[in-house]
Design a protein around this ligand. Structure first.
Ligand code: EPU
Length: 336
């Protein structure tokens, strides 16, 4: 389906009112191939998912592509695990809910993350001690020439909020399906933050209660994009060398941190932004969320430039106070 001069308001959770010169949606690999063969997909183009991790700064002069490929199919199964192939256009949390309902373990900590299955594999979404790369077995794609290719999880080169699909030379590769492996045997990841403590309010630990606890934690900290435009964490948590962290720790003994396997240390940007006094503060129509300083919100009618002005001011404060550069996690759509 091709639409011209199309409003992207319903396609970005920041609620930025911009238009795309052309908007194309497809429901199958064949339909995508057809669009390619008919010459509909010409540069500049940008493939989006649920629009929950991007910020438009102006009208998009080219073509925005969106996958509506649906479906969830079991492709392999034994007593211990199940492998499923899920369409890129499936809403992420619908997939998680389905796994929980069917008694498949692994995805429950990723409950309520906004967005779609295709983008989850591009972005390597993660929360509460689990990253989607832990569940992915392969990613199926079609490129701009209509050629299909399956990437094994190793080929995806997953890292913190990163994958091969985010590199500049992969912009002409579109994810069509993602294959996941889930466990049929009871196993949970409960050591992040307050999960275990929150579970004590329930009778037992089950997939349903873990999902409930994760949803409660998220709802208490993260604003609902339907109520207040936002794209979740606006910044990535910076990773610094051990020596730099030790020096900071001398000055800020209560600074939270996660040690990585390679010895470097990840520091929560939200904590630093909070310490800079930004929590709940606004600049024009953009604000730092009052319950989680890592999230920037649209107070109503903000433009992409308003959000970026706030982001720049926050980054400058963190640089000045902690000597650390923080970088947006959200994709900023400036140019082509
Ligand atoms: N903190 C503060 N003040 C704040 C925010 C955080 O002091 O305003 C402190 C917290 O008390 C905690 C630490 O910073 O000690 C970390 O905070 P939290 O556990 O809330 O997680 P995060 O580092 O802020 C990351 C992900 C989230 C994910 C959570 C839970 C990134 C960029 N963000 O946030 O992902 O839900 O962990 O695992 O890695 C997203 O990507 O959109 C997202 C929400």
């Amino acid at each position: 389906m091709k639409q011209e001069n199309y409003s992207l308001l319903a396609h970005n959770t920041f609620g930025i009112d911009v238009k795309a010169a052309c908007f194309l949606e497809y429901h199958s690999v064949d339909e995508l191939r057809g669009l390619i063969e008919q010459g509909f997909i010409v540069k500049p183009y940008l493939h989006i998912g649920g629009g929950s991790n991007l910020l438009f700064t102006k009208d998009y002069p080219g073509t925005i592509l969106h996958s509506c490929i649906d479906g969830m199919e079991v492709v392999d199964e034994n007593d211990e695990e199940v492998q499923v192939r899920v369409g890129a256009g499936v809403e992420w949390d619908r997939f998680v809910a389905e796994c929980v309902q069917r008694g498949w373990y692994g995805a429950e900590n990723l409950s309520l993350i906004p967005g779609e299955v295709g983008a989850s594999a591009v972005q390597n979404i993660g929360a509460y001690g689990v990253e989607v790369k832990d569940l992915i077995t392969s990613v199926m794609t079609v490129n701009i020439r209509g050629e299909e290719r399956v990437y094994s999880v190793e080929e995806c080169k997953y890292a913190y909020r990163n994958s091969i699909f985010k590199s500049a030379d992969m912009k002409d590769v579109f994810v069509t399906y993602v294959c996941f492996r889930l466990s049929k045997q009871e196993r949970y990841t409960l050591d992040y933050g307050t999960i275990r403590r929150e579970l004590e309010r329930y009778d037992g630990i089950t997939l349903e209660t873990v999902r409930r606890v994760i949803i409660d934690i998220r709802e208490s900290k993260l604003p609902d994009p339907k109520v207040m435009g936002n794209a979740g964490s606006f910044f990535m948590n910076p990773i610094v060398p051990a020596e730099q962290f030790r020096a900071l720790q001398q000055e800020y003994p209560d600074m939270p941190f996660y040690e990585l396997a390679d010895g470097r240390v990840k520091i929560p940007a939200g904590w630093m932004i909070d310490r800079c006094g930004w929590k709940g503060k606004s600049l024009g129509a953009a604000a730092v969320h009052d319950k989680q300083a890592l999230v920037l919100v649209n107070c109503g009618g903000a433009t992409g430039s308003d959000i970026i002005a706030l982001s720049d001011a926050v980054r400058a404060s963190v640089r000045e106070k902690f000597g650390i550069d923080i970088h947006p996690e959200v994709c900023l759509i400036y140019d082509l």
